[in-house]
Write a protein that binds this ligand. Sequence first.
Ligand SMILES: Nc1ncnc2c1ncn2[C@@H]1O[C@H](COP(=O)(O)OP(=O)(O)O)[C@@H](O)[C@H]1O
Ligand SMILES: [Mg+2]
Length: 360
Amino acid sequence: MTSVSANDIEFRSVTKLYGSVTAVSDINLAVPKGAFVALLGPSGCGKTTCLRMIGGFEQPSDGTILIDGREMNGVPPYRRPVNMVFQHYALFPHFDVEQNVAYGLKQARPKLAAAEISARAREALEMVRLGGFEKRRIHEMSGGQQQRVALARAIVNKPSVLLLDEPLAALDKKLRTAMQIELQTLQRELGITFVLVTHDQEEALSMSDMVCVMNAGRIVQMAKPQEIYDRPADLFVADFVGKTNRIAATVEAGGATLRLSNGTALAARSGLKPGAATVALRPEAIELVRQSNGSGSQLTGTVTHRIFLGSTAEYQINVDGLGDFLVTADRRSVQESDLVEPGERVVLNFDPGKVHVFPA
Ligand SMILES: Nc1ncnc2c1ncn2[C@@H]1O[C@H](COP(=O)(O)OP(=O)(O)O)[C@@H](O)[C@H]1O
Ligand SMILES: [Mg+2]
């Protein structure tokens, strides 16, 4: 089939209702060919519903989904050039690894020759680094290996889009990190579009080239991972993607001054609308300094907790007039003897340019 669109997937004003529940609300989305896109959001925000509509397992209540420029209304799953790795990847326990992977190929019409089926199943298993495991039973495979079998099964018929629903959720942290790297590699090797659903912000940021942050059935921001993190579109994104300190504030008339609720004045970025606002500041954007005398307009506070996290240390600081703040210090840049201790008075230094201001 010749390509008719630069986008593999397009949502045009797609809404999905389940009875009175609006699972997905008026979503517009374009996924370029060959992209690795993550749908990121809390449980129940509509991620799986989006994936199932792309796969053809659900129909939109309103709007249109296009795959490679073709409208998919009424097109059944097996006629779509996509494959899905389900959250609970159901492998056939009584089949061996190769039979599991070959299953879809055996259903193909016109029929494929047995030798070709076997060759293609083995090729898919090589892709997921399971060459040599063809005759193993499913219960003889670890969780991570079973996940790879599910992946091999999904790529064996060479889809142009692979849909992955929380594919790594069942794996422990170490294995998950390893599989994140492998999935990225696999996507590059295959050169096909991946749409990954996850509620894990770290997974979304580390793996994809574009992140769609979802909340309550809507896309709230769609951008490159770094932009999502550095320039969150709203407070929800700032909170959900990474950690953040929230401060009540006012943008003063004229817009040049940002007054925090404890009276501290900061120079405001131009273009802010005067009025009540919420300020978001990342924990790693703050530097802690032992308090010297007479620190002008900076924030001051008392260290209440210190938590070691290996390469970083997290501090809880009770900031004067503002309450609890979280501050992260990269321990590579901090001498052991320079770490401040609970009970110490500190100054919180930060670049006012790193402050995000959202209208209240
Ligand atoms: N088959 C269904 N019937 C009724 N409600 C559903 C069904 N599937 C999902 N929902 C509801 O739609 C919303 C979105 O669900 P889902 O897409 O599974 O979210 P996510 O994958 O982001 O956790 C939730 O409120 C969920 O309860
Ligand atoms: Mg889900």
